[in-house]
Design a protein around this ligand. Structure first.
Ligand code: MN
Length: 148
């Protein structure tokens, strides 16, 4: 398999971007391109997500892990209780059951590759009680309010 990258559009040959519904409280301005799906002895899915300026990925957690590499732009990531500034080239893992979210809160798109197991559980989303708990950490509250 070979996919040519179009650096002007941030798209790969033969991949149809999936555009998430706009302005949900769960996510905003996010597209997903599935670049690789379970082939040969690699039981993984490899995706590229792009969050447009002012947008965010869903705040979620699940049993499966992510490995993420930032490919474009800057923003912030919430991983467990930690808020981190992220920029092109940064690499991180998201442990099992850690709350996580990516925000393009620096006025530019935030694009990242994300590797997951092809066989994985579905995400769960925070309850009001979970959000209250998370917000006890001032840095997390600021992040969730888009003021990181
Ligand atoms: Mn996730």
């Amino acid at each position: 398999m070979f996919r040519k990258f179009d650096g002007a559009a941030y798209r790969w040959d033969g991949v149809e971007p999936h555009v998430y519904k706009e302005d949900s409280s769960v996510f905003r301005s996010v597209t997903k391109q599935v670049l690789f799906e379970r082939e040969g002895d690699l039981p993984v899915q490899f995706r590229y997500f792009q969050v447009e300026p002012g947008g965010w990925s869903s705040l979620e957690r699940h049993g499966h892990m992510h490995m993420v590499v930032i490919f474009r732009g800057r923003g912030h990531a919430l991983i467990g209780g930690e808020v981190r500034e992220v920029a092109e080239g940064d690499m991180m893992t998201i442990p099992s059951w850690a709350w996580h979210q990516f925000r393009a809160d620096r006025g530019e798109p935030l694009g990242f590759f994300c590797l997951v197991n092809a066989d994985r559980d579905a995400p769960s989303y925070p309850t009001e009680a979970d959000l209250e708990e998370m917000r006890r950490a001032p840095a997390v509250a600021a992040f969730l309010d888009g003021k990181a």
